[in-house]
Write a protein that binds this ligand. Structure first.
Ligand code: DGY
Length: 318
């Protein structure tokens, strides 16, 4: 219809919440790449008309596709991480990028704590112990390891890292951190060398951004430093960890265990850990609550609305 052609054309790489789709459908002419059987043809046909993209931090937006959308002005992504979007290229082309920080911080920090407790206290093992009849047949499950009195090393003391630290501090855990630079607004010890933090820590939790700068930060050497009593928790990005080195360390028990929300290649890589007992797995879902996903979807909508109304974007990256 005439009305439809007058509406801004928005390309949906990946939807967030149905509530968001309903709102977007009423306001824009949507092109659903996620539902399309021939994406090549679709981009060929409508690429020129697209001025906005809706995506998520997991799905991102490839540089190839950016170059095929010559009139693109805004990428509204849900999720705090944006390593899957070439923001430098977007800036160069005058394309704004937005994410959804802050509103997911508490949920993500909660899952970091849950993975830490699950791994150290054997929550998943205990669950299986009952289900598989071991309790009745063999008696108590094996002893586990206390949290109190341990040392937590935070890699990336940003919003999420700080929320994790705030949760473990009252549990009687000592905290230190590694990052690009010391933070002014914290009492925790800064370790300028990651390897020193890994030596010091019983539990190493990754809460840093993904991307080039942190690629394989956690390698065989760091895992060896973490040691046989050490636990690795990753709620950041799979790319931060050399996954084969981690699998080797878990297989040979050269670290005690891991709790992982993220993997190198999702979703398939999660299964690479399926045969290992000393790891607790979660399918990149730490912000996956109804409350937070609704808030993230709303923020995507609000950023698009601000853009098309010529107002300041709420959470711009560039
Ligand atoms: C995030 O918020 O970065 C999630 O990991 C995915 O977008």
């Amino acid at each position: 219809s005439d009305l439809a052609t007058a509406l801004p054309n928005v390309l949906v790489i990946w939807p967030n919440r149905p509530s968001q789709m309903a709102h977007l459908e009423a306001t824009y002419k949507l092109h659903r790449l996620d539902l399309c059987s021939n994406p090549e043809e679709m981009i060929e046909t409508i690429g020129d008309s697209i001025t906005a993209v809706v995506t998520t931090g997991i799905k991102g937006l490839s540089s190839d596709l950016i170059k095929r959308l010559p009139n693109l002005k805004i990428v509204a992504s849900s999720g705090v991480g944006y390593d899957s979007i070439d923001v430098a290229l977007c800036s160069e082309l005058g394309i704004r990028v937005t994410n959804t920080p802050d509103i997911l911080t508490d949920d993500v920090a909660d899952i970091a704590i849950a993975l830490m407790l699950a791994q150290r206290r054997g929550i998943v093992l205990g669950d299986r112990w009952i289900r598989e009849g071991c309790w009745a047949q063999q008696g108590p499950m094996p002893l586990t390891s206390s949290i109190r009195g341990k040392r937590l090393g935070v890699v990336g003391l940003g919003r999420i890292g700080k929320a994790i630290a705030a949760r473990v501090e009252p549990m009687g855990v000592e905290i230190a951190y590694f990052g690009r630079r010391p933070q002014a607004d914290t009492v925790y010890d800064f370790k300028p060398e990651l390897i020193d933090l890994a030596h010091w820590a019983d539990i190493l939790v990754l809460a840093c951004p993904g991307g080039e700068a942190t690629h394989h930060l956690i390698n065989a050497e760091v895992l060896a430093a973490l040691g046989t009593n050490g636990t690795l928790i990753n709620v950041a990005r799979g790319s931060v960890v050399d996954q084969q080195a981690l699998i080797d360390a878990l297989t040979t028990n050269s670290i005690a265990g891991a709790g992982l929300d993220v993997f190198t290649t999702e979703p398939h890589d999660g299964q690479a850990f399926a045969g290992l007992e000393n790891v607790v797995l979660y399918p990149h879902h730490s912000s996956g609550t109804i409350e937070t996903r609704d808030a993230m979807a709303q923020l995507v909508v609000d950023n698009l609305e601000a853009h098309f109304a010529g107002r300041a974007l709420l959470t711009a990256i560039n």
